[in-house]
Design a protein around this ligand. Structure first.
Ligand code: ZN
Length: 301
């Protein structure tokens, strides 16, 4: 499943004597891989790349290897929705509902992700193996994703954060660079530290600008956290991975109503199920459907 040219990776860091924690990620290979399997147009490439970068960094905030993170961006714009799942081990997958959105650039001359999403919400779901997953949702601020996540962290997690995300394309619409960072203030951060960070952020151009100059994500953090004592504490490879399977497809089919499954059996045709995340194709025979229906019935009894 890994046909990526670049080795993507993620770093964690602390700064200013543990008053700040930081994450940065390079998702160039992952974003390009997603573009090739989904056929994403530029705006979808940018939206998905940004959300996957965020997902990988937020995956590092989970507690256990078994926990699952889902980020859902839902809007009334042409792109409809963007969905990403990730985890602590550093794998990610995602897709855009309408990958062919094509809009003129926004006022800053950038890919118009905000308009493509429109008005809507950002939902963060953390499945920690408990009965109910932890779900938190905010209304979108701009639909540009980084700003929305900054608002999410302040609103839902009471953790003041700065989020920067960017995807830069080549002339042929392939991905040249994709990545981002999250800086978070830990409790008891001194005012001087906050002021200095604000100043740095004001001076910071953009993730795409910095990465386009050939800088690494380590160098990007050094720019954002200039003047702070920055320590990289962890570095890990990240990659695209979809965990769909024939069995998981069965589980999805079993959520259909009994009558619907019975109808499929009666029609005596194979049922095709495509994975939204990776496009993989699964075929279920009427016999498979019968098995699913019988398993369902025996569960209820
Ligand atoms: Zn899949």
């Amino acid at each position: 499943m890994n046909e990526m040219k670049d080795k993507d990776y993620l770093i964690r860091a602390i700064a200013a004597n543990d008053q700040l924690r930081a994450f940065a990620v390079d998702t160039t290979g992952i974003t390009e891989y997603a573009r090739t399997i989904h056929g994403n147009y530029p705006i979808a490439t940018a939206a998905l790349g940004r959300l996957m970068s965020a997902g990988l960094m937020m995956g590092q905030m989970l507690k256990s290897e078994d926990d699952k993170l889902t980020l859902q961006l839902l809007g009334d714009g042409e792109m409809k929705h963007v969905i990403v799942t990730s985890n602590l081990s550093g794998t990610v997958r995602g897709y855009v509902s309408n990958p062919y959105v094509d809009l003129p650039p926004n006022r800053q001359g950038h890919l118009n992700v905000g308009e493509a999403i429109g008005n809507g919400s950002l939902t963060v779901i953390r499945d920690m193996g408990l009965k109910e997953p932890y779900v938190s949702s905010i209304d979108l601020v701009s639909g540009e994703i980084a700003e929305d996540l900054t608002y999410y962290f302040a609103q839902s997690e009471q953790t003041p954060s700065t989020v920067g995300l960017g995807v830069l394309l080549n002339h042929d619409n392939t991905v040249r660079k994709s990545g981002g960072f999250i800086i978070q203030l830990l409790p008891f951060t001194k005012k001087a530290t906050i002021d200095r960070l604000d100043e740095n952020i004001k001076k910071f151009t953009s993730v795409t600008d910095v990465l386009s100059k050939g800088k690494t994500i380590e160098e990007m953090l050094e720019i954002v956290l200039d003047g702070f004592d920055l320590h990289i504490t962890d570095r890990k490879d990240v990659s695209w991975k979809c965990n769909c399977s024939f069995e998981r497809g069965k589980a999805v089919l079993s959520t259909l109503k009994d009558e619907e499954l019975q109808k499929m059996i009666d029609e005596d045709k194979d049922i095709d199920v495509d994975c939204d995340f990776c496009g993989k194709h699964y075929k279920y025979t009427p016999l498979d459907i019968e098995e699913i229906l019988n398993a369902k019935k025996s569960q209820i009894d």
